[in-house]
Design a binder for this molecule. Sequence first.
Ligand code: P6P
Length: 335
Amino acid sequence: MEKKNKTLGEFIIENQSEFQYSTGELSKLINAIRLAAKVVNHEVNKAGLIDILGEAGDTNVQGEDQQKLDVLANEKFIQALRKREIVCGIASEEEDDFITINSQDENHQNKYVVLIDPLDGSSNIDVNVSVGTIFSIYRRVTPVGTPVKLEDFLQPGKNQVAAGYVVYGTSTMLVYSTGHGVNGFTLNPAIGTFYLSHPNMQFPETGKIYSVNEGNYVHFLQGVKDYIKYCQEEDGDRPYTSRYIGSLVSDFHRNMIKGGIYMYPKSSVTQNGKLRLLYECNPMAFIAEQANGMAIGGKNRILDIVPTELHQRVPFFCGSKKMVEKLQEFLDKYH
Ligand code: P6P
């Protein structure tokens, strides 16, 4: 078990060899994320003060009103990643298409692509509720030395080499995995240093919390409706508690610590659900499985889905293994 209070920097160096292509590349990637997370944290924490709330006036590719902090977070993460001579392309919820990052020598020697939701749950900013950043990292599949292509981004989630999130909550945490377990680092804002506060994070095998927007209940498939009713019945350790923040990173983080299941099902209103496969579901599913949890889209494992579009949406059920398995029983009855 890792010693607590180690800094993120020390942890990265000590675990450098875990990253299968370790020529300092992991350090550069995570350090870029770390820097941007601190900058965004600073802006999020003062959002109410410098009147950067409210909408930037634009809408993103999802047709959602773009909050000014969305725009700022997107810029800061792209800026931090662009400066490292390691990333050849970036895809973001806030960008219609992927961005080609040309290395200084312009010969496309960089080997990694990063997919990011720079500020997930941003509609919560105006009401001072936690938001988060989600990131997903792959090794490119097209030849080094050529410009990055869409197929570099449309890889199944099981190909991820690293993934994680930043939760800007009562404290700011960076939680990530390179495929060797999940570790959580808490920011000491006074000195701008992340410390290892949650080594080897694991989903409890089961739990008593279910997270879903019950306002959509009437639109859910019958299997989902039946599972929600199962959660609410008096029996054994049920009824469960319903907890839904409306911020994926926060609901996921709480459920990973306490045990629980998060659900964003498809419905008669949202045919494929709401969450995006590439920069929300895949990274969170990678973290979940690394923490002995489980993530499915219905019949299929999230990490096995072969993407077809950059911003495609999928139904998403993720959390404690036994709870996801129970849900799957209900889904299998009907579908
Ligand atoms: P709804 C935020 O917009 C988000 O992508 C997730 O962070 C969150 O869990 C979900 O959507 C909330 O969606 O439809 O319940 O408001």
